[in-house]
Design a protein around this ligand. Sequence first.
Ligand SMILES: [Zn+2]
Length: 497
Amino acid sequence: MAECLLEDCNLNTYEHEDKCILHCEKHEYSQDFHKIGFLNSFYRELMYLIASLLESNEVGTKEHILEYLEDETASNTTTTINFNNIRIMIVLNEIYFPQSKDIDSFEYTRLLRKLERIYFNYCKFSISYLDLHNTECFFHDCKFQNALLLYNFYILENESNVLFQKCEFNDGVVSFGDGRKMTIDNSLFCDCSFNKLTFEDTTFKQPIFKNSKGFTGEIKEFSMSNSIVEDRFILNYHAVESLSLVDTIFHEKVELKKARNIVDCSISNCNFKGLVDCYTSNFDNLFIYKSIFEEYVGFEYCRFGTSYEKCENCSTKFEYVTFLNFINMRNTNFISGLDFSSANLKEYPNFLGAKINPLNTNKETFRIIKHSFDKIGNTSEANRYFSCEMNKEMSETLFLRSPAKKTMLFLNRLLSNFGQWYFLPLMWLLILIPFHEWVVSSHSFDNLDTLNHIVKNILPVKHFLNKDMEFISLLFYIAYSGLIYHFIISVKRITKR
Ligand SMILES: [Zn+2]
């Protein structure tokens, strides 16, 4: 018989496989179960491997150890073999663990449960629930083919002090409380890759992620609900397709810095007690609803949204969100607009250098931003947002309902874009002057005698009105005054209010 392909493994290959029973590929439970003797062989070979590893640690003779491993009632506190209070660590290398069921006589986790400390190195798991409640574990470079259910694992001390390091989860990682919240005392992941993370009714005592600096991970779906995170929550440099946080309390700092892309992010009924920093992150869609941020919130240099067009529900939305501290949106680009209208603010937000697409942004949002600049004395920026606010006011005002207001807003925009573009009134003046000349020189105003007679009695302007064309002069007088007024206002708004 040929030897297992794996270096350092002296076992024979299993039937037609090129590896031994411990290292060969495993499949779904039904498939492995129906291969006669397959799961049983795995169980026996694992037992012999553990026995020889224990024997090399001088805890007893091989016979005693095998007897201990096979005795279903024995535990490492009741056994006759001499553990001698030495906390023996067993390293299991590259083993492919199949799925198993508690009722099977070859259920192998009962062998693992008899060990105090296990270091799983480059192992693969088809199993969804590893019931090793009293064993300290560490998973290094392991792969999990199916969804893994978490519980409060004891952790084997390691450099990063996490449970999983550089592991790959091809399906999901799930945790949920059973009627009450489940507590997880240790840090879980360092530099792992995920498909789906689902945490419900769980209290995390330590940081969930402890990634090394600059690690760029990807997560397809990450949802957390009705949970408590008592330590830092740091997920930098990640790409996440869907991030959902519901009814969750974060007691410490939350960092989502340099997120390469978060496609859908929705946060509802959450409480952030520490600071939140999302520096230079990209969000395609962000919706935050009824949440409270108690400390500083930073969205500096972020990019929100993808669509430059008018679209429904695509703006970045902070609905009934309360900020109890400073919020920083400096140099942030709201490509698809922003809805800040129902946010509750204790401090004035900083929107310096922010770009906001007005198409999907409402008047109240611009008013809040304008007000924030007013309060810090940045009048030129305040004026810019005043113009945005007025433009929105105009588009939201219906002519039939308020014709006078609509007309004034329209004229204001036409003449100077609400005091923002000084060259607009200048341009109108340059058009008006030759037009005035043309009207005066090529028309007779004899038929306006009555009107001329009336207006020439208007005392403040009577000296400026041309003889026999007082009425037309008055109209031009009003137009010139209006344009000069808009020009002065526009220049003043750029320099000083
Ligand atoms: Zn092997």
